[in-house]
Write a protein that binds this ligand. Structure first.
Ligand code: SAM
Length: 218
């Protein structure tokens, strides 16, 4: 490797570890999650012009008026899914593919849906390049879920719906959990757990996500 590339690699490694320390200070406790943040290259999921900011704890634009979520929020939602014991996970809102990559790195079977064709294709290419064969991507309306792959024991919504779409409740296994930002203006990160026909809700903390939209943009 030439010295220039080596230099970039070392800087990236240092800034990644600084991000991990910061997330730990902010209360992310699961070692597996911190390990995933340290090892999944977030800069691959951004345009080259923004890749130098990849290890800041901030949401960043990915085009099409969408964002790659803040690392703290990715870590927090991942931690909630892990605590719930989820192994087969539906994601609504692939976006850049970074959250799916984190879950795939952790050995989960991930089914992720994106409504914007350009983002879906980019994410698919990145996840293939990184070799995450347990991440399955689809272009479509995530509000319909992925019936052929159901039931899921975990779901993660990375865009905010007014409320959880009925199809997602239908595709959630008994004992399974949904992690979602709920509400239109002010949103609360919410953990919903299924117990038979009952769905228990627990509000965790305020968050800000782009809204769930209908229709597919090819
Ligand atoms: N998880 C993403 C990542 O790691 O980069 C960030 C997701 S971004 C905050 C929200 C994404 O949800 C956008 O890419 C948006 O196009 C997508 N989205 C919104 N409504 C959707 C729907 N009905 N079905 C599928 N994707 C949707």
């Amino acid at each position: 490797m030439n010295t220039e590339l080596q230099g970039i690699g070392m800087t990236s490694q240092r800034t990644r570890m600084r991000l991990v320390e910061r997330l730990s200070d902010e209360g992310i406790q699961r070692v597996e999650v911190l390990d995933a943040i340290a090892n999944v290259p977030r800069h691959i999921f951004l345009d080259e012009a923004l890749s130098h900011r990849a290890y800041e704890d901030t949401a960043l634009p990915i085009g099409y008026q969408q964002t790659l979520s803040q690392p703290y929020v990715v870590a927090r939602m991942t931690e909630m899914l892990l605590a719930a014991g989820a192994t087969r996970i539906l994601e609504l809102g692939t976006g850049s593919g970074y959250q799916a990559a984190i879950l795939a790195y952790l050995g989960k079977e991930v089914y992720s849906i994106e409504r914007i064709g350009g983002l879906h294709r980019q994410a698919r290419e990145r996840l293939q390049r990184l070799g995450y064969r347990n991440a399955h991507l689809r272009l479509g309306d995530g509000s319909q879920g992925w019936p052929e792959a159901a039931p899921f024991d975990g779901m993660i919504l990375t865009a905010a719906p007014g409320d959880i779409p009925a199809a997602l409740y239908d595709q959630l296994a008994d004992g399974g959990s949904i992690v979602a930002p709920l509400g239109r203006d002010t949103q609360m990160l919410t953990l919903i757990t299924r117990n038979g026909d009952e769905f228990e809700r627990r509000e965790i903390e305020p968050v800000r996500f782009v809204p769930v939209l209908g229709g597919v943009v090819r």
